[in-house]
Design a binder for this molecule. Structure first.
Ligand SMILES: C[S@@+](CC[C@H](N)C(=O)[O-])C[C@H]1O[C@@H](n2cnc3c(N)ncnc32)[C@H](O)[C@@H]1O
Length: 196
């Protein structure tokens, strides 16, 4: 069993509860979650985007790191029931003040965010966690790239477990001179990309 980063009892209780239904809600495993939490703190990311909230398991880990860096999380989910479960946990854990939840199709919401950034009503992101529809990863990348600062990081999950579906995404990043990449062989495969 890996660490829970000295989280408070309530957070540990909720995360343990959520881990029991991990397969049903397609949550990342605890090692990946712990690594993402550490990475946000090491990178000192303040403005983080998650694509694929589900019931909020990974978002809790991301937001706990952002409480330490003084940042905020924006997380996208198109399934309203899942989003409302996640929102309940965010409130219960006192994380709702730093989490903006967006309901709808990630592709449409990323377009809206692009317009907001152009208008100066939204700040570009420093860290993006991609964990939604594997066949759409390549489209997420094309929409996320203009939203990501230089020096920013994209972490994409399921890049080994769903290697065939995410192949266009991996090929694009591997051949993109603006990104330095590394596959991490965690549970489902976490592909890290650093924007030069
Ligand atoms: C793998 S789960 C996310 C798990 C979550 N990151 C965690 O580890 O706790 C993927 C989620 O993305 C949502 N999703 C899939 N395609 C989407 C899309 N195009 N727009 C928004 N949400 C999407 C699904 O409904 C699902 O809840």
């Amino acid at each position: 069993m890996d660490s829970f980063c000295n989280f408070d009892d309530k957070t540990v209780e909720i995360l343990c509860e959520l881990e029991k239904t991990r397969k049903e809600f397609w949550n990342i495993d605890r090692n990946t979650a712990n690594f993402l939490n550490m990475l946000i703190k090491m990178h000192n990311s303040k403005n983080v985007l998650e694509i694929g909230t589900s019931n909020g398991y990974s978002a809790i880990w991301l937001a706990k790191a952002l409480k330490e860096t003084g940042g905020k999380l924006t997380t996208i989910e198109f399934w309203d029931k899942r989003q409302s479960v996640a929102k309940g946990y965010f409130k219960e854990l006192g994380l709702d003040d730093i989490i903006e939840t967006k309901l709808g199709s990630a592709l449409a919401i990323l377009d809206e965010m692009n317009s907001e950034i152009k208008q100066g009503t939204r700040e570009p992101f420093e860290f993006v966690f991609i964990d939604a529809n594997k066949l759409e990863y390549i489209e997420y990348f094309h929409k996320v790239d203009p939203l990501l600062k230089s020096g920013g990081i994209i972490a994409a999950d399921n890049t080994i477990s769903h290697a065939k579906k995410v192949e266009p995404y991996l090929n694009e990043l591997k051949n993109n001179p603006n990104y330095q990449n590394q596959m991490l062989t965690f549970d489902a495969g976490l592909f890290l990309s650093y924007k030069i």
